[in-house]
Design a protein around this ligand. Sequence first.
Ligand SMILES: [Zn+2]
Length: 306
Amino acid sequence: MSTDSSTTLQTFTCANCGATTSFDPRTQTLRCPFCGTEAAVRATAAGATVPEDVGKLVLPFSIDKDASIDSVRTWLGKSFFAPSDLQSRSTLDRGQGAYVPFWRLDADASSEWEGEVSETHTREVSRQFTDSGGNSGTRMETEEYKTWHPRSGTHEGNHRAWVTGSTGLTQVEGDQLMPFPEEGMLTYSADAIAGYSVEEPGVDVAGAWAAGDPKIQQMEHDACAVEVERLTRVDTRLSNRQAAVCYLPVWLFNYRYDNADYRVLVNGRTGEIVGKRPTSRQRVVLTIAAIVLAIALIVILILLLR
Ligand SMILES: [Zn+2]
């Protein structure tokens, strides 16, 4: 365990899921917010170090714990394919709020593109025809055709990509929690995160760019594609790269149903819920049976009415 010199936060790496979390030992127990592991603590923190020149921002929670519990309970009762007693028979743990790291990557893009635009022309062509009376012959008809002409140009843009820096959440969970509102970010400080666990990034700045670069290239490619009817080539140079770690607010819950555990996440800003629900085999089978029956009835009706 290591102590951050500027604050009283303590950092530990979960031996079970690998997430590195900082927490305030005065107000919180040492429990991994991602998997609930309490005892297994490694001696040293294994999170990626954030360089000094990288900005650190915090987006405060705006949805409190009680509200997120209510919405998770409602969500448990809302799925048609889930067992009907999922809401009443599942047990929800006490949950934990955590700031989860996401990399915010900004870059300027400068592109040279090549493409083609079409021109539509008309021409007269002679066509064979046969009329209803059986007479045939040829007549002139107007036909449209296109010609393609090369174009080239330059494009300047700036783009922002988000990359999950979390070890505790999967990449898919991180993507599903997006988007978070970008207004209201505070500079990282002990006060800004007080009362919550904070996960340290498990992805360093180079790893973040490795994932973010293709996203930004794609955004720039899409922007160039708007410039011309058919884009054939884009050369993009990225510059002025800015990376910041944004600690985004997430409520983490686990619930137990039929001896299985499920994780549910609530975006602490938008209330978006991300999680898995068990499916009821009975409901799925009944639904398929109903669809098959409906199709059979329609077929029978069609046959009877012929
Ligand atoms: Zn864990």
